[in-house]
Each structure stands twice: as structure tokens, then as C-alpha cells.
Ligand binder design. Structure first.
Ligand code: UP5
Ligand code: MG
Length: 211
């Protein structure tokens, strides 16, 4: 992707930290296209005719990272499609206009979460402007995910999978956050407070860096 035409913000944080919740709000208020790597993988898993369905399902239940080729391809396709057919946004989304000039604004949620993905995406797709990193405790995340499990239907919202997801996050995904932190790219947001308090801090970070 032409760096002048796309702005990419990576949204990272542990399982249940609130990445998806905060991204939804940013989509409404600013006019970002939001792509959750996990959502794209779940859609691919359920797509009739997909050759990856069983593999993805197995990885997600085990809390492991799906081989990067699959995830990067899904993200690239989604981004390309959004540039060709810009999403529509509510009246007043402050940055929505830029899509009309052929510019794309992307929130990439839950990716990259392994070093190989980070390096490959930066090299072959696009470098991110910065990383929004939501940090909170496992206690908070566990409580949120157990509550969500009552209605989410996600096959990884059970205690056994959640513990595995936490382990992968610490061992495999935190090194990615640290890698970007060393490059001065990480904006860390305390994610334990109520949604709107977290969001107020997110807005400050976005307003300072995008627009
Ligand atoms: N909630 C949110 N914010 C709250 C707040 N401030 N106060 C109180 N409650 C709050 O939120 C979780 C729940 O908490 C919701 O019920 C919400 O209302 C509440 P959500 O916004 O959904 O959190 P999020 O961080 O998005 O949690 P999610 O479960 O989606 O994170 P994961 O990172 O675990 O899941 P993801 O979908 O990104 O990935 C799933 C799996 O896909 C991975 O484990 C992996 O196996 C695979 N994957 C890959 O292989 N490669 C990738 O690149 C990406 C994923
Ligand atoms: Mg999510």
C-alpha cells in the first residue's frame, strides 16, 4: 500500500482488554475502517469452501497464533476492498471525508501479535503510524471474558481457552508491544476504568497523532 494513502493504527492489548469496544467508538466518531484479525479469522473459519476452517478453529480454541500468511492475506484483502469501496460513516465522523480523497484510515485490532507477523506486515503491507496498547490485569480481563461468554458464542470464551490466550499474550504478543515501544511507537492506555473513561484517553491520543 502507498504510505501516503493509508494510515494504519495497530490496536493491541490482552484478551478482553477492550480493543473491539474502543474501536467501535472510534469508527463512529472519526471514520476509521476497523478490522479485527480475530473477527476476520472467525469469518474465514465459517466461510463455506474455506480450506482453512478446521485449522483456524483449532488454533483459536488453543489460543495459538494462526500462521501469519493466512491472517495477513485476510487483512490485506479487507484493506484493499475498503479502499475500493469506502465504508459509510455517521454524519459528523471527523475524518470520514478523507476516504473521498482516496485515503484510507485503518484500525487493525488484535494484530500483530507475534514478531514474525509484525516484521512481515511492516515490510510487505504498510508500516503503522503508532500502536494503541490497552493494558489491564488478567483479573479484569478474566472477569470481562467470563461475563461475555454468557452471550458471545465464541468458542474461546471458556476458562480453559482464556488461560491459554493469556499465556500466548504474555509469551508471544508482549514482545511485539516491547518491540514497538523501543521504537517510540506505543501509546499505552490504562484499560481498567469504565468504557467512557478509557475512551476519553483514547481520543486524546488520536487527536494528537491523526488528522
Ligand atoms: N468491556 C470492554 N471494555 C470494558 C470496560 N472498560 N469496562 C468494563 N467492561 C468492558 O471487550 C471484552 C468484554 O469486556 C466485552 O464484553 C465488553 O463489553 C467488556 P472487547 O472489546 O471484546 O475486548 P477485546 O480486547 O476485543 O477482546 P477479544 O476477546 O476480542 O481479544 P482477543 O485478543 O483474545 O481476541 P481476538 O479476536 O483478537 O483473537 C482471537 C484469537 O484469534 C486469538 O487468540 C488467536 O488464536 C487468533 N488470532 C490469530 O491467530 N492471529 C491474529 O493476528 C489475531 C488473532
Ligand atoms: Mg476483540
Amino acid at each position: 500500500f502507498d504510505k501516503a494513502r493509508v494510515t494504519v493504527i495497530f490496536v493491541l492489548g490482552g484478551p478482553g482488554a477492550g480493543k473491539g469496544t474502543q474501536c467501535e467508538k472510534l469508527v463512529q466518531d472519526y471514520g476509521f475502517a476497523h478490522f479485527s484479525a480475530g473477527d476476520l479469522l472467525r469469518a474465514e473459519q465459517n466461510r463455506p469452501g474455506s480450506t482453512f476452517g478446521a485449522m483456524i478453529s483449532e488454533y483459536i480454541r488453543e489460543g495459538k497464533i494462526v500462521p501469519m500468511e493466512v491472517t495477513i492475506k485476510l487483512l490485506e484483502n479487507a484493506m484493499r476492498d475498503a479502499l475500493l469501496h469506502p465504508p459509510s460513516f455517521p454524519e459528523g465522523s471527523t475524518l470520514a471525508e478523507s476516504w473521498k480523497d482516496g485515503k484510507g484510515l485503518f484500525l487493525i485490532d488484535g494484530f500483530p501479535r507475534k514478531m514474525d507477523q509484525a516484521i512481515k506486515f511492516d515490510e510487505s503491507v504498510c508500516e503503522s503510524s503508532f500502536v494503541l496498547f490497552f493494558s489491564t490485569t488478567e483479573e479484569v480481563m478474566l472477569e470481562r471474558l467470563m461475563e461475555r461468554s454468557k452471550t458471545s458464542g465464541r468458542e474461546d470464551d471458556n476458562r480453559e481457552s482464556i488461560v491459554k490466550r493469556f499465556r500466548t499474550f504474555v509469551e508471544t504478543s508482549m514482545p511485539v508491544v516491547d518491540y514497538y515501544r523501543q521504537r517510540g511507537k506505543v501509546v499505552e492506555i490504562e484499560a481498567s476504568p469504565p468504557v467512557n473513561v478509557v475512551y476519553a484517553n483514547v481520543r486524546v491520543a488520536i487527536d494528537q497523532r491523526v488528522g
